[in-house]
Write a new protein. Structure first.
Length: 94
C-alpha cells in the first residue's frame, strides 16, 4: 500500500506542510516535492507519474511522491517523529 504525503503526515501526527518542510531539511525531497534520491530511497519512496488529456491544452503530465508501507517507520525515524498507533480494528470483535 502506498500513501500520499498528506496521508503519511496524518499517520505521523503532523500537517502535510510540516512533513514536506522536515523532509526537505533532511534532503529527502527536492524543490518539486519529489524524492531527491529516488534510487537510494526506492524501498521507501517512489514517484507516481500521471497524465490526462485536456481538451484545450492537450496532454497534461504530473508527478507526485508516494510513500511505501516500509517508508512510514523509516520516515518517523529519519524525522524523529512518534508513529501514531492506528485505532483498534473492531470489525472482527465477537
Amino acid at each position: 500500500m502506498e500513501r500520499t504525503l498528506a496521508q503519511t503526515a496524518k499517520q505521523l501526527g503532523i500537517s502535510r506542510n510540516e512533513l514536506i518542510r522536515r523532509m526537505r531539511e533532511k534532503e529527502l525531497l527536492n524543490e518539486r516535492n519529489l524524492p531527491r534520491y529516488p534510487t537510494r530511497d526506492r524501498e521507501y519512496l517512489r514517484i507516481k507519474e500521471g497524465k490526462w488529456y485536456h481538451p484545450t491544452s492537450g496532454m497534461q503530465y504530473s508527478e507526485s511522491t508516494r510513500v511505501k508501507q516500509a517508508g512510514i517507520p523509516w520516515l518517523a525515524e529519519r524525522l524523529a517523529l512518534q508513529l501514531q498507533t492506528p485505532p483498534e480494528d473492531k470489525r472482527y470483535a465477537a
